[in-house]
Design a binder for this molecule. Structure first.
Ligand code: IPM
Ligand code: MG
Length: 352
């Protein structure tokens, strides 16, 4: 098959980890007889520097024309501590999500048998964890009206959801649950928030269409606690934008390293794949960043966007083999022998 893939490397370690995912994808293409055309485009601080805009129109056009988008990371410290900065890299990310209509952010959390001791959580608690968050990505407090009043002394961010926004996300949740263990948890704060009551009411009304799925409704504060106590008790979780942002960072601790967790953002016509970690500016150019999360994001791309599960599995097997053999970057090396970002990528590609 032939694929056009938009390549948005972004900032910090983004370009370094993206290079490894390209190597691995090219190895897959060679093995299975596919043809990939990479379409690099600017985003984040790199795009602000070049054209004054974190998600330029040209980049959007490249994404729209592509079969999938592979994304590195964005963010640069020079914007973080400057509340007066007019344009920020993160605005590019939000604009991209909105313009591409990427309403469902799929964030799996799973453990690797060879890395169980890397998690700060007790091994017997996390063993066998295999859960997926479906985070709503284009609504809620991130996109509601925001501003200042009272001469700047009062600030507000509105949280708004429509029934239709909840339905389309929940539909993906039910469908995913049907392919897994048929358990769905709706995470909300319906004891306090009106938007959460809309979420709960909407999901409840959809239950009859999926009679086999067992649905639980839990408050976000309780989930935050149970997630690290009994991660094994969850399978598919659906939630709104901000709750999902927070809980998925928390969930990444279970796997033992942020450098391992991939994600997909799905819309009606677009699909984007990215590691859940950020741009890790301190490590830029040092060839120490862990490329596994980006490589596994490429695996998700083959599986989800191109419907090629075998290709995805070969990538996952290569990653597991590297982890088992200790072909890892320093974050996973426990002070022992470690490999550079590029060496890990080379090993994976050669192994494939
Ligand atoms: C994420 C990130 C982004 C978010 C930031 C960088 C805007 O934390 O993808 O989880 O909050 O969605
Ligand atoms: Mg986040």
């Amino acid at each position: 098959m032939k694929f056009n893939i938009a390549l948005l490397a972004g900032d910090g370690i983004g370009p370094e980890v993206i290079d490894q995912a390209v190597k691995v994808s090219d190895a897959i293409a060679a093995k299975f007889g596919h043809e990939i055309t990479w379409k690099p485009a600017l985003t984040g601080a790199a795009a602000i520097d070049a054209v004054g805009e974190p998600y330029p129109d040209e980049t959007h056009d490249v994404c729209v024309a592509a079969d999938a988008v592979l994304f590195g990371a964005i963010g640069h410290p020079r914007f973080d501590n400057d509340p007066s900065a007019k344009v920020r890299p993160e605005q590019g990310l939000l604009k991209m999500r909105k313009k591409l209509g990427l309403f469902a952010n799929v964030r799996p959390t799973f453990t690797f048998p060879s890395l169980l001791d890397k998690s700060p959580l007790k091994q017997e608690r996390i063993e066998g964890t295999d859960l997926v968050f479906l985070r709503e990505l284009t609504g809620g407090i991130y996109f509601g009206e925001k501003g200042r009043r009272d001469g700047g002394e009062t600030a507000f961010d509105n949280c708004v959801y429509t029934r239709e926004e909840v339905q389309r996300l929940a539909k993906k949740g039910f469908e995913l649950a049907m392919t897994r263990s048929k358990k769905l948890c709706c995470v909300d704060k319906a004891n306090v928030l009106e938007t959460s009551r809309l979420w709960r009411e909407t999901v409840q009304a959809m239950e009859k269409d999926y009679p086999e799925v067992e649905v639980a409704y839990e408050f976000v504060d309780a989930v935050a606690m149970r997630l690290v106590q009994w991660p094994n008790s969850y399978d598919v979780l659906i939630t709104e934008n901000l709750f999902g942002d927070i809980l998925t960072d928390e969930a990444s601790v279970i796997s033992g390293s942020m450098g391992l967790m991939p994600s997909a953002s799905m819309g009606t016509d677009a699909a984007l794949f990215e590691p859940i970690h950020g741009s890790y500016p301190q490590a830029t150019g040092l060839n120490i960043a862990n490329p596994m999360a980006t490589v596994l994001s490429a695996a998700m791309m083959f599986e989800t966007a191109f419907n090629l599960p075998e290709e995805g599995k070969v990538i996952r097997d290569a990653v597991n083999a590297a982890l088992a053999k200790g072909i890892v970057t320093e974050d996973l090396a426990d002070g022992g022998k470690s490999y550079g970002t590029t060496e890990v990528g080379d090993w994976l590609a050669a192994n494939i």
